[in-house]
Ligand binder design. Structure first.
Ligand SMILES: Nc1nc2c(ncn2[C@@H]2O[C@H](COP(=O)(O)OP(=O)(O)OP(=O)(O)O)[C@@H](O)[C@H]2O)c(=O)[nH]1
Ligand SMILES: [Mg+2]
Length: 380
């Protein structure tokens, strides 16, 4: 039996509840939301994307054109005219004394010295990042020499570091391949995850074999990969992936592959999107060995729970049964009738895996034997 005071309290409580229920939806206000919002701002994941050297700055320029949200873009180069022409949110001309704004002339040692000249600025600029993408075309002087310096500064400031680099074309000279392998070895020391993509492989997927088009295509592949990964973390979805999920999965293995697939909704379409994403031919990886998987699904509002279930089951069937899988889902009006699946598979085995320094020799051999060698003239 409730006492009189308890009954009065209960009545007051019920009145208060009914009052709250009567509040019209559009004037919804909850004072705690302000505090929660502030906490949300504080835990916003800070993502930096740093393009080093000519190719790296071109990738950042492509990202600016595509419009990326939730990440800061930084371009670093020794080549002043190139750096000035390219779009970025912030720029750093390195090696003003060493190279006088004229590039590193294909010498990674000079690229490294140029970066070290500005090490204090680089450390400042890397501070506070949670995730740093370092991107460059390995093989030249600036990107190859400076990317490991940037990766190291980011790592030392406590960031997760993902290096996404290209390996030179077979038709470039042997010196460039040696440069690239030296750079890869250094990047290996400061990266949590490395995606090293042979240029010949990218071009074998490119619709045009003309050099300019091939580079543009390579830039767009890199830019799309980076955008996909960034938006997976930063764009609020209906099912979110957060920083803790991402850093956990990224630490499950050094080598990662990423693939994107898009198709119509419905069973067949969803399976086809998953297949495209997982069997993305860039690195010939054995995805069945993946230890971790981050999946981002963007679908039209008409996609059903069944479509999502099919996508999940199809992905699970293609990776290790005990793999850690985290996924985010976002509905997007612009995707009506369609579904886009992006999968980052971590800890895969690929001929291009860099899991130990010895693997680098192996990659060098593979790139030299690349059967998909692009028939393009590379003139420098
Ligand atoms: N994706 C892409 N790759 C490129 C492009 N230009 C060159 N590459 C590749 O990237 C490698 C490095 O070239 P750059 O980026 O021009 O060289 P850098 O880092 O600026 O070095 P230096 O010019 O010697 O100071 C080349 O060997 C090519 O394999 C480009 O526009 N896009
Ligand atoms: Mg250059």
């Amino acid at each position: 039996m409730l006492s009189m005071t308890d009954q009065a309290t209960q009545k007051m409580w019920e009145d208060e509840m009914s009052l709250q229920i009567k509040v019209p939806e559009d004037s919804y206000y909850c004072p705690q939301d302000e505090i929660i919002e502030r906490a949300e701002m504080l835990r916003r994941v800070r993502i930096r994307i740093v393009g080093c050297g000519g190719a790296g700055c071109n990738t950042v320029d492509s990202l600016m054109e595509m419009g990326i949200s939730g990440a800061d873009l930084l371009s670093i180069n020794t080549d002043a005219p190139h750096l000035r022409r390219k779009r970025s949110m912030a720029k750093l001309l390195i090696g003003k004394r060493r190279t006088r704004g004229e590039g590193a002339g294909g010498f990674p040692k000079i690229g490294e010295e140029a970066a070290l000249e500005e090490i204090i600025r680089i450390r400042e600029m890397m501070g506070g990042s949670d995730i740093t993408f370092v991107t460059c075309g390995l093989g030249g002087g600036t990107g190859t020499g400076s990317a490991p310096v940037v990766a190291r500064a980011a790592k030392e400031s406590g960031s997760v570091v993902i290096s996404i680099v290209t390996l030179p074309f077979r038709s470039e000279n042997k010196e460039r391949m040696d440069n690239a392998m030296g750079g890869l070895e250094k990047l290996f020391m400061y990266s949590d995850t490395i995606l090293a993509i042979p240029n010949d492989r990218i071009v074998s997927m490119s619709p045009s074999k003309k050099m300019d088009d091939a580079f543009k295509f390579a830039d767009s592949v890199l830019a799309e990969t980076i955008t996909g990964l960034t938006e997976l973390i930063t764009k609020p979805g209906d099912i979110n992936i957060d920083y803790a999920d991402v850093s956990h999965v990224l630490r499950l293995g050094r080598t990662a592959v990423v693939g994107i697939g898009e198709s119509s909704i419905g069973k067949e379409g969803v399976i086809s999107a998953v297949k495209q994403a997982i069997e993305f031919p860039l690195l010939e990886a054995d995805t069945g060995t993946a230890k971790g998987c981050l999946v981002s699904i963007v679908a039209g509002e008409d996609a059903t729970l069944r479509d999502l279930e099919i996508a999940m089951t199809e992905i699970q069937a293609r990776i290790r049964p005990d793999a850690t899988m985290k996924f985010g889902v976002r509905y997007d009006e612009a995707m009506t009738g369609r579904i886009k699946v992006m999968a980052l598979l971590v800890g895969v085995t690929s001929p291009y895996s860099v899991n130990a320094p010895e693997d680098i020799k192996n990659i060098e051999r593979l790139v030299s034997d690349e059967k998909d060698h692009a028939e393009i003239d590379f003139i420098r």
